[in-house]
Design a protein around this ligand. Structure first.
Ligand code: SF4
Length: 420
C-alpha cells in the first residue's frame, strides 16, 4: 500500500495532496502492533519525506535503524475475515481488495427457513462477483482454490453459516443473503441500523476471575505484545542451534513451568493441561486428511490484563459473536472454558519463551501422530485471537516446514503480505 492510499482510507478524502498533517497519525499507526507489523513487512511503499529507504532498499523512519522485511512463511496461510457490511466498522474495502488480489476471504451469513444457500458475493458499487464456497465442511481454507477447481489468482469466499446465535442477535456480523442467492457487500456505513443485541448477562465466573486477579497481581511491566514477540522469536531462534540434549533439557523445564503455572491457578496436579488442542471446526478437517490442533487464547481483551488485546482489529460485532465465547463448549461450561483460555494467554504473555517450547513440543508430538495416521499436520495458531505469528515466531515456520499453518485474520496488512 502507498502512504497516499493509507491517507485516502483513513481520512476518507480523495485528494491527499497537502495532507502532511496526517504524518503524525501515520507514525502513530506505525508504532501500534498492527502498524509495526505492516511496516516490518514492507506493506507501505513510502512516498512521504518522514520515511526513507536505506542503501539496501529497506524502509526506515528517518534517523532510525532500518527494519527488515522478511517474506511471508510459505507454510502459513491466512484468510481475511469479513466484519459484515453496512456499518461503521465494516472492512468491506479490505475484503474487496483481497478478493481482487486473488485471496480467500471468510464471510458469515444468515441462516434460517426460506434463506437460500448463497452462491456468490457481489460488490454493489462495481457489480463484480466472486464465487462463494462452503466453508463449513472443513477448516482447510488453504486449499479452497484446488478443492473447488477455482484458478489461482481468482478471489474466492469461504462462506460460513451463522452458528450459536440468532440472526437478530448477530446483527451485521452475519451477512444477509438475497433471494437470488447473492450476498451484496460494500453497502453504505449507515445501512445496517440493527446493532447486535447485547449478549445475555454472563454469570459471575469465579474460576476465571481468580486467574485474572492473580494475573493482574503478577503482570510483568511493559508492552506485552513486544514481550511475546521478543520471547517467541528468541526461543524459536535458539531451537535452531541448540543441541538435542540442550533442547530436551529446556523443553522439560518449560513443560514443568507450564504445569506449575496451571497448578498455582487451581488446576489438578495429575494431568497437564494441553497448551494446544482442537475444536469442532478443526476436527472437521480430519475427514479431508488434515489433522489440526491450535492455540485457544482469551479473545480480544478478555484475559483481563490492562492494555492487552490479542485481536487489535476486532469489531463490536465480532466481539459480540466470537466463537471464543459464544460457540460450542463455551456455552455449556462458560467458566472452565474461558479459564483455560485466560490461563494460556497469561502464560504466553508472562513466559513467552516457555510458551514457545511448550508449543514446539506439542507441535512435534502432533506431527508424529498425524504421520502415523497418514495425515497432513495442520496448526491454527489463532483459534480465538489474531496475533501476527509470522512476525512474533518467524523461525517456528522454518523449524516445522512439514506443518500446514493457517489462520483467519481481521488484520488486512497480515493477509496482503502472504501467499494466496
Ligand atoms: S477471535 Fe477476535 S477477531 Fe476473531 S471473532 Fe473473536 S474477537 Fe473477533
Amino acid at each position: 500500500m502507498r502512504f497516499s492510499e493509507y491517507l485516502v482510507e483513513s481520512t476518507h478524502q480523495d485528494d491527499v495532496h497537502g495532507l502532511g498533517q496526517y504524518t503524525s497519525q501515520f507514525l502513530q499507526h506505525l508504532s501500534s502492533p498492527v502498524g509495526a507489523h505492516e511496516h516490518d513487512h514492507g506493506i507501505f511503499e513510502w512516498t512521504h519525506p518522514a520515511l526513507e529507504k536505506d542503501d539496501g532498499g529497506k524502509l526506515k523512519l528517518k534517523g532510525e535503524t532500518s527494519v527488515s522485511a522478511p517474506s511471508h512463511p510459505e507454510n502459513y496461510h491466512l484468510t481475511l475475515s469479513h466484519t459484515g457490511t453496512g456499518h461503521a466498522e465494516s472492512n468491506d474495502h479490505h475484503v474487496i481488495n483481497a478478493l481482487n488480489a486473488g485471496h480467500v476471504v471468510a464471510m458469515v451469513y444468515q441462516r434460517g427457513k426460506g434463506i437460500p444457500h448463497p452462491t456468490h458475493v457481489e460488490d454493489i458499487k462495481t457489480g463484480k462477483r466472486w464465487r462463494l464456497t462452503n466453508g463449513d465442511d472443513d477448516d482447510n481454507t488453504f486449499d479452497r482454490h484446488a478443492k473447488h477447481g477455482i484458478p489461482k489468482g481468482e478471489g474466492v469466499v469461504s462462506g460460513l453459516k451463522l452458528k450459536g446465535v440468532s440472526n437478530e442477535r448477530a446483527g451485521a456480523f452475519a451477512n444477509q443473503v438475497d433471494p437470488d442467492g447473492i450476498i451484496r457487500i460494500n453497502k453504505p456505513a449507515d445501512t445496517y441500523t440493527h446493532a447486535p443485541a447485547a449478549p445475555k448477562e454472563k454469570k459471575h465466573l469465579p474460576k476465571t476471575q481468580a486467574i485474572i486477579d492473580k494475573g493482574e497481581a503478577e503482570r510483568p511491566e511493559g508492552n506485552l505484545h513486544q514481550r511475546i514477540h521478543h520471547g517467541l522469536s528468541k526461543a524459536f531462534g535458539e531451537m535452531q542451534t541448540d543441541s538435542p540434549e540442550v533442547h530436551a533439557a529446556k523443553t522439560k523445564e518449560s513443560l514443568k513451568a507450564w504445569h506449575e503455572f496451571t497448578k498455582a491457578r487451581g488446576y489438578s496436579s495429575k494431568s497437564r493441561l494441553d497448551f494446544m488442542g482442537s475444536n469442532g471446526k478443526t476436527e472437521k478437517s480430519t475427514g479431508e486428511g488434515v489433522k489440526t490442533i491450535g492455540v485457544g487464547l482469551a479473545p480480544h481483551s478478555l484475559s483481563g490484563l490492562d492494555h492487552f488485546d490479542v485481536c487489535p482489529r476486532s469489531s463490536t460485532e465480532c466481539r459480540a459473536n466470537c466463537l471464543g465465547t459464544e460457540a460450542g463448549g463455551n456455552k455449556q461450561y462458560p467458566d472452565s472454558s474461558l479459564a483455560g483460555k485466560v490461563l494460556r494467554t497469561h502464560f504466553m504473555a508472562f513466559h513467552p519463551e516457555h510458551a514457545a517450547r511448550v508449543m514446539d513440543h506439542e507441535i512435534t508430538k502432533h506431527k508424529e501422530k498425524a504421520k502415523k495416521e497418514g495425515m497432513i499436520a495442520g496448526v491454527r495458531l489463532n483459534i480465538t485471537s489474531d496475533m501476527p505469528y509470522e512476525k512474533y515466531a518467524r523461525p517456528m515456520f522454518d523449524r516445522h516446514k512439514d506443518v500446514q499453518f493457517y489462520d483467519y485474520s481481521k488484520i488486512h496488512g497480515r493477509v496482503m503480505g502472504q501467499n494466496k
